[in-house]
Design a protein around this ligand. Structure first.
Ligand code: ADP
Ligand code: MG
Length: 332
């Protein structure tokens, strides 16, 4: 009745493809129905997700003892071949990476082709600089074919501010001659009512990601709820820790699923008491800044124009580009 559990030496003989192995959670040593259930309840549905899970988090969230946690993570990592790789293999993968178009050639050029799957992109700027507009546009564009700059997948939108507008999706879809009903159907929206709910929606997302072929996750905005709920210095450390863990949940998703792009927005405020240097302060502090792989800073230009600057990207020099927000969406 009980199937034989996987042994470490078998793993190396069995070829596992890049997009996941043929093993399931049940094949892990010491994992029975009850543990599988605990893992699933914590949102861990695959060996790959488990392989990326920090041990303490696994113990906390799935209620699994230290010994078992350590062991199953190790086996999962072996299956997923998470050891060292030579740079040419990494390059082989990056070379063929499809990017997600923003709709503006200027902005795409700035980003070396567009938004990158497998990474977390932060879009930050003051109120009305176009963060939410860009997020809507990406939900439409992700559904385009690869030739058109899409990822041939769907979008998951976590709306924390109540600013998601299907009307805008319709306008943007019509502007591209797309069937707007289909486009709307393929944008899955979760309205997050508080920070706990927001964290939970992301934890519950793996099921939707697989079922609905999600290639883009938007969190608009990332820390609005945290900022309003955790006021006063006493809870600041606690708040930062929660934000940090939330960003890592997002990062892990991009590493777990092939070709999944994550973007989050972050509102920054002008600090009137700062006269020198950049008067824009970045909310969420270093925790947020260090969590994102690529950061795009938006500011207002003339009329419908907006100026984007990439900051801190590992492979893109700091530079500016101009795009527009029109009724048809994001354009040059
Ligand atoms: P935020 O950075 O605060 O999220 P938004 O993305 O909501 O800002 O951008 C708001 C701006 O988008 C508005 O100031 C307006 O310039 C532009 N905008 C919104 N809807 C439309 C529309 N239907 N047609 C043209 N421009 C629009
Ligand atoms: Mg907004």
């Amino acid at each position: 009745m009980a199937k034989k559990k996987v042994q470490t030496d078998e793993i190396h003989q069995k070829e596992s493809s890049e997009s996941g192995s043929s093993y399931t959670l049940k094949d892990l040593p010491g994992v029975g129905e009850a543990t599988v259930k605990k893992l699933q309840e914590a949102g861990i549905l695959s060996i790959r997700t488990l392989a990326m899970y920090p041990m303490s988090k696994l113990m906390d969230e799935a209620g699994i003892g230290e010994k078992t946690a350590e062991k199953i993570i190790k086996v999962a990592q072996d299956i997923e071949k998470m050891g060292f790789k030579s740079a040419d293999i990494i390059w082989e993968k990056r070379k063929t990476l499809n990017k997600l178009t923003t709709g503006s050639q200027n902005l795409d050029d700035l980003l070396y082709g567009g938004i990158e799957p497998g990474a977390v992109t932060e879009v930050f700027g003051e109120f009305r600089t176009g963060k939410t507009q860009l997020a809507h546009q990406l939900c439409v564009n992700v559904q385009l074919s690869y030739e058109e700059g899409g990822l041939e997948g769907n979008a998951l939108y976590i709306d924390t501010e109540g600013t998601f507008r299907p009307e805008r999706i319709i306008q943007m879809a019509i502007a591209k001659d797309l069937d707007h009903n289909m486009i709307l159907k393929n944008v899955i929206v979760g309205r997050a009512y508080n920070s706990d709910h927001q964290i939970l929606l992301i934890k519950e997302s793996p099921k939707i990601i697989s079922e609905k072929n999600i290639k883009l996750i938007v969190v608009d905005s990332l820390i609005g709820h945290f900022r309003s709920e955790y006021i006063g210095r006493g809870t600041l450390a606690n708040r930062q820790q929660l934000i940090n863990s939330h960003i890592h949940d997002l990062l892990r998703l991009t590493e777990t699923y092939d070709e999944l792009a994550v973007i989050f927005t972050n509102q920054v405020s002008a600090k009137p008491d700062v006269f020198y240097g950049n008067p824009i302060t970045h909310t969420g502090g270093h925790v947020v800044a260090h969590g994102a792989t690529i950061r795009i800073f938006l500011r207002k230009g003339k009329g419908e124009q907006r100026i984007a600057k990439v900051v801190d990207a590992p492979h893109i020099p700091e530079s500016d580009s101009v795009f527009s927000i029109t009724e048809d969406g994001i354009q040059d």
